[in-house]
Structure formats: C-alpha cells, structure tokens
Design a protein around this ligand. Structure first.
Ligand code: MF3
Ligand code: CO
Length: 272
C-alpha cells in the first residue's frame, strides 16, 4: 500500500504521527482470513504455470478473476482507490521489469527474459487475504534471478520476525538488512500493512527501519509483509495511468508478499 503523505523519511517509521489502531483477531476471524488467503495462494500457483512468452497481462487477469469468483471470493483490488475518477480497474496487479507494483493488466505481451510481479487480493466472508510473487518469463538474466532470490529471502527473513514479543520494526530491519547486504535497495514509498476486515489496516509495515522499535507484536495480529526491492536505486514514481509504480532509474524490481499471523514462537503464513 502507499505510504501516507506528510511523513518525512526521518520520522517514519519511528513515530510522530497518529498511534496505530491495531486489532488482535480471534481464531474464528483468522480462519476466515486463512480461507481468503488460500484462494490468493491458489491464484498465484495457477498464474505461475501460465506465465510464458506470448501471454498478455489481461489474459492473466481474466484467469485470476474467474478463479477467484468460482471460489466464492471477490477480487479485492477491483474498484479500490482514493480517486473515485480513477479506481483500480482490474482483479490483480501485473508489474513487469521496471514496474514495481500496481501495474494494470492490458494488451501487454510478456516476453522471454522479463520478470513479472503478480499481486492478488481476495475478499471472502468479510475478510481479506493479500499475496504477491515475482515470476520469470522463461530464462532471465543472472541479475534478475538474483534480485528475485534476494527479495524472496528478504520476505522469509521479515516473516520470521513476526512473533510475539518482537517489535514491528524487527520485521522491517530484517528485510532491509538482507536486501542491502546483497547490494539492492528497498522501496520506501510503499509499505506492508495490517489486514483483516479491511485490505489495508494498521499498522503500516515498512521494509526499512530500526530493530527493537515500533509496536510490540502480539499473537493474533495479522500482517501483510511485502518487500519491494529495486535492482538499482530505491526511488520510484507513478506512471501517467495514476497507478503503475516504476523505478526512476529504469532498473528492474521484485515484489513478494505473504499474509501472516503473529504467533508465539513461529509466524503462521496464510498465503502458501
Ligand atoms: N498488495 C498491494 C497493496 O497492499 C496491492 C494493492 S493494489 C490496489 O497495496 F489496487 F488495491 F491498490
Ligand atoms: Co498488500
């Protein structure tokens, strides 16, 4: 999700703004988030098999929409947005190469060597699940392959920190460390988020920050952890369509996301 405006890099995420309203979910609520998240994971597995040279991003969107609807879910992203004149028009986000996130599916034909980030959100029984993965189209360069591997690992390292007694920015710091040690950069303008009855709940979950700071994590918090990692510099901008986020330097970017539950000893991943 987009980081809210008016926060400088200095005071974010350490504080200064409003106190986040974080809810603890009951096991019944978690069961429903698990159900929506399972559909998300199934869609990602379905699309992974379809991602080859020649398919259009719109074809991927149609496949996802059909699958979500036949599972009794609603595509969470369709109709989402603050600008009522430019609501998000599709069921999934498909972001290719230098597109970081929020790419709108359309006539674009995928080509061998590209990397494709697919983001899926599902609403079912009043609860959301959210997940994303980056896939190669055929054989990709060593650099892109390494970018995907490091981003995937950064997600795992972040999720590992989502246990009771840790702090929110333990997640952020673990992600940032892994990414920067590999020579890549984390996007700052977009962050992960709480999730449940809403797609985007408190707290914001940045992919950078200082360990042992921020909110204290408690069992039953549900979070979408989603590192967005750039091959080059961290800077991004919004394309003229008002949605697609692109790297400013034109270098590729990768994105992985899980919906997770904070647990006592080991985070529970709902989108796998
Ligand atoms: N996973 C992304 C997020 O949390 C997907 C949002 S797409 C949108 O921001 F269309 F809903 F914005
Ligand atoms: Co998300």
């Amino acid at each position: 999700m987009e980081r809210s405006r008016g926060e400088s890099d200095d005071n974010f995420p350490a504080g200064g703004g409003a106190v986040p309203m974080v809810t603890i979910k009951t096991e019944k609520e978690i069961d429903l988030i698990r159900e929506s998240s399972k559909i998300v994971a199934d869609v990602l597995r379905l699309l992974e098999k379809q991602i080859t040279h020649g398919i259009t991003t719109k074809e991927l969107d149609d496949l996802a929409e059909d699958f979500i609807q036949s599972s009794g879910g609603i595509p969470a992203f369709k109709g989402y947005g603050n600008d009522r004149h430019n609501l998000y028009p599709a069921s999934i986000c498909v972001s290719v190469d230098d597109e970081v996130v929020h790419g709108i599916p359309g006539k674009r034909v995928l080509k061998e060597g590209e990397i494709v980030s697919v983001d899926v959100g599902v609403l079912k029984n009043g609860f959301f699940g959210d997940g994303a993965s980056t896939f190669p189209v055929g054989k990709v360069s060593e650099g892109k392959a390494r970018l995907m591997k490091i981003t995937r690992e950064a997600l795992d390292k972040g999720v590992e920190q989502a246990v009771e007694g840790n702090y929110l920015h333990d997640i952020s710091s673990a992600v940032q460390h892994h990414v920067e040690a590999a020579g890549f950069s984390v996007v700052r303008d977009l962050v992960g988020h709480g999730i449940g009855r809403e797609l985007h709940e408190d707290p914001p979950v940045p992919n950078y920050g200082k360990a042992r700071t921020g909110l204290k994590l408690k069992e039953g918090m549900t979070l979408a952890v989603e590192p967005m990692v750039n091959f080059g510099i961290y800077k991004v901008h919004t394309a003229p369509d008002g949605w697609t986020i692109q790297t400013t330097d034109g270098e590729p970017s990768a994105h992985y996301e899980h919906t997770v539950v904070v647990r006592q000893h080991k985070a529970e991943i709902l989108t796998q």
